[in-house]
Design a protein around this ligand. Structure first.
Ligand SMILES: NCC(=O)CCC(=O)O
Ligand SMILES: [Mg+2]
Length: 337
């Protein structure tokens, strides 16, 4: 392979372009803007609720009414999309998670309120049963506790239809069942919901970095000591991610996602290079908590590490990032409050 250095030292002095702010700006290869951000939020039943999530500093659970102010902040900062995650009342959790399909459930009501008040804000909804199941798994269990694929997909497509009917702009299946992108796309087409976008959590790994999220949605205690390794991917695997992405694109995904984010940027790059489709990454709760905790201890510079981490997603090839830092980053990027 020929070298990409065009000349040898001293003819080439790469530090010349790094010497001044103007020349650094001129050679900068990637940019992060507010248009790259998707803000995940936690919703719970009630009024006037703003409840801190201890393992995720500066992240709260909101009732639909208090969430409106958060949505307003997103709109005023220019954040394109907010992603909704429910913290469901334990009394509504069942083995089949059927409350996920209820038309008058927390999420459909919240979508309707948001789209009425802020039609310009994109709303993305998680399609998965784990916030709704009494066992904390993403699907129906057989007698041995194995998560059933096709039976789960049947409920997931009802959940996706409920969200789309309520006005969700994006449905985002995060459960890793096989074939569910195709099933959901077909169901949407049949109902003439032809503009609902599907963001597929295509390469979702069985990661320990989701811990704080499970506290936030209240599924940690339900899940107990069990894991999700029979459907989420092995962190050791790379080629498998590409096969999962290929399948979801063929089945009708508009955009694909890799999750978690920072430890998986090699996968993001592979996906972008191979498929050249809109590619997103999720900087998950554990990644967020690590940065927050180190910053709280004075061990890292919060803002600098936050902005660097988000830029690295862009460099890896991501078109956007789901991040709990969205509002703080958008304030820095826009200079607005
Ligand atoms: N389906 C959504 C998630 O699992 C989020 C994980 C996280 O933020 O840790
Ligand atoms: Mg798949």
């Amino acid at each position: 392979m020929t070298s990409i250095i065009t000349a040898d030292f001293p003819a080439s002095r790469p530090r010349r372009n790094r010497r001044d702010d103007f020349s650094r700006r001129l050679v900068q290869e990637n940019v992060l803007t507010v248009n790259d951000l998707i803000y995940p939020v936690f919703v719970k039943e009630g009024t006037g609720v703003i409840e801190a999530v201890p393992s995720m500093p500066d992240v709260n659970r909101y009732s639909p009414d208090t969430l409106m102010a958060v949505a307003e902040t997103c709109v005023s900062l220019g954040i394109p999309v907010m992603a909704l995650f429910p913290s469901i009342d334990p009394s509504l959790k069942t083995p089949d998670g059927i409350a996920a399909t209820h038309e008058d459930g927390l999420i459909p009501r919240t979508i309707a309120m948001l789209k009425k008040a802020f039609p310009e804000l994109g709303i993305l909804c998680d399609v998965a049963l784990d916030p709704y199941t009494s066992h904390g798994q993403d699907g129906l269990l057989d007698e041995n506790g194995y998560v059933l694929n096709d039976e789960t997909t049947e409920i997931l497509l009802q959940q996706a239809l409920t969200q789309a009917r309520a006005g969700a702009d994006y449905v985002a299946p995060s459960d890793m069942m096989d074939g569910r992108i195709g099933a959901i796309r077909q169901a949407l087409e049949q109902e003439k919901l032809i503009y609902t976008r599907i963001m597929a959590y295509s390469a979702k790994y069985a990661s320990a970095f989701y811990g704080p999220f499970r506290d936030a949605v209240g599924s940690a205690t339900n899940l107990g000591k069990s894991n999700k390794m029979t459907y989420q991917m092995d962190p050791a695997n790379r080629n498998e991610a590409l096969r999962e992405i290929a399948a979801d694109i063929r089945e009708g995904a508009d955009m694909v996602m890799v999750k978690p984010g920072m430890p998986y940027l090699d996968i993001v790059r592979d996906v972008k290079d191979m498929f050249r489709v809109p590619t997103y990454a999720y900087q998950v709760s554990g990644e967020y908590a690590m940065i927050k905790a180190a910053a709280q201890n004075g061990w890292l510079d919060h803002d600098k590490v936050m902005m660097e981490s988000l830029m690295c997603f862009k460099r890896a090839g991501a078109d956007g990032i789901l991040t709990y830092f969205s509002i703080e980053a958008a304030r820095i990027l826009t200079g607005r409050q």
